[in-house]
Write a protein that binds this ligand. Structure first.
Ligand code: LLP
Length: 418
């Protein structure tokens, strides 16, 4: 048994193990993230099944959760990686992901990062502008290597998502627009000694709830692939991106594997099945399989307002403050029930607010914040002198690893040295 659930006593569990017991065993102070590695492995297997026999690479977007235990778990399931910095690339390689399954994205990769990527012989460096293609050629020449490049195409597709996580529209800083693709290929072909164009990618944004916009941008990629192949050899893969949504509470229309099946089907109908299919999911592999535990510091009731103040804040989990995202906050050791309380953190910002949640009549001792496996710890900061949270990794209901918080004393020391 794995994943988040409630046992017969109503306690929040990962698999069979109550989270309050796991917290006690960890010996750590809240806030603490707990991740279920079995559930993450299972998630990867379900997605991979969606691709059937099609030749594919699931390039896990490491930015979603870069913990070694998580990346090693995914590597063991055979995934590749999508990285956006030299540091993420180092993590991916050290966790056992083969370079030929790694793509590097990012609109402003530094020369040192390009050098590392070129020397590592990745599946491809995904260029996001014609200017970048020229820079990759310069670096490859300096290193005496031929760099494998792909173009991240900007298909000009709008999606229904938060503006901050929508990336495929024509005002976005991301990707190469339809108008510029010709110039990008010319730049590669003019530097054929140092560059080879092996792939075409796109990523229109995050939290996609349906397959249609994904396919719309994928068709654009297929059109460009077909045109390229009519005149040039070398293309090995198409990458339709990630962005598969998860259920944060209100339900979920399309499942991650639906996107995989649709991609395979599209490639077949476009007559491009000989190309390898790459996908770049981050959130869908890990998001539902992490929780953040916090203790209740105190409650505050004033007139008709009631707040529950917890020891996790927007520095630990930024998504509500940044995107207005709602993560379910529930009592740790009993089922959620009315009335609702406004759950807030200790940070001195009004946006440090997790929203109203069914907490029950009496304040609980501790709460669990759900679906915090993706873009949670990785976006954390030390704002307000708050050390980064601890992380604990669970397998088979047992703690198999932990990354304790560096602690407030370390923060104080570094600030005093500054
Ligand atoms: N590929 C590229 C090029 C990306 O930029 C991203 C995410 C992904 C793949 C993975 O997308 P996913 O499957 O995880 O949706 N911090 C935001 C999400 C930002 C996503 C950034 N790019 C959030 O917390 O919702």
């Amino acid at each position: 048994m794995y994943g988040f659930r409630r046992n017969a006593q109503g306690q929040a569990c990962l698999g069979e193990s109550p989270l309050s017991e796991l917290l006690g065993q960890s010996g750590l102070e809240t806030p603490v993230y707990f991740y279920d590695l079995d559930a993450i492995a299972h998630e990867a297997r379900s997605l991979i099944a969606g691709y059937g026999d099609a030749r594919h690479v699931i390039a896990y977007a490491v930015k979603a959760n870069s913990a070694g235990s998580v990346v090693r778990t995914l590597a063991a399931e055979g995934t590749g990686a999508d990285v956006v910095s030299a540091a993420e690339l180092e993590v991916a390689i050290a966790c056992g992901i083969p370079a030929e399954k790694i793509v590097m994205s990012g609109v402003a990769k530094k020369d040192s990062e390009l050098d590392f990527a070129i020397s590592s012989r990745l599946l491809a460096i995904q260029a996001e502008s014609v200017e970048e293609v020229f820079r990759i050629a310069t670096r490859a020449r300096a290193l005496g290597r031929q760099a494998r490049v792909a173009f991240r195409l900007n298909p000009g597709v709008e999606i229904e998502s938060h503006a901050h996580i929508s990336t495929g529209h024509d005002k976005a800083k991301f990707g190469i627009t339809r108008a510029d693709v010709g110039r990008a290929f010319e730049a590669v072909d003019a530097a054929a000694d140092s560059l080879i164009a092996v792939g075409l990618s796109t990523h229109i944004g995050s939290m996609l709830g349906e397959v249609a916009p994904y396919l719309k941008s994928a068709r654009h990629v297929c059109d460009v692939a077909r045109a390229r192949r009519a005149s040039h050899a070398g293309l090995e893969y198409v990458n339709f991106g990630g962005g598969f949504g998860i259920d944060y509470g209100p339900g979920q229309a399309a499942k991650p594997a639906d996107f995989g099946r649709a991609a395979v089907e599209l490639l077949r109908s476009e007559g491009l099945s000989d190309l390898m299919l790459v996908a770049e999911p981050g959130r869908s592999l890990v998001g539902s399989h992490g929780v953040l535990l916090a203790h209740v510091v105190q409650s505050k009731v004033s007139g008709e307002h009631s707040w529950l103040m917890i020891d996790a804040g927007m520095n630990d989990l930024l998504r509500p403050a940044l995107y207005g995202a709602k993560h379910r906050v529930e009592p740790l050791d009993r089922e959620p029930s009315l009335p609702e309380w406004r759950v807030v953190g200790p940070v001195c910002e009004s946006s440090d607010d997790f929203g109203a949640h069914p907490i029950g009549t009496e304040p609980p001792r501790a709460v669990v914040i759900r679906d915090a496996g993706a873009y949670s710890f990785t976006m954390a900061s030390e704002y307000n002198g708050r050390a980064l949270a601890s992380e604990v990794f669970v397998k088979n209901g047992v703690i198999v690893g932990s990354s304790p918080s560096p602690g407030a004393a370390a923060w104080v020391k570094r600030r005093l040295q500054a």
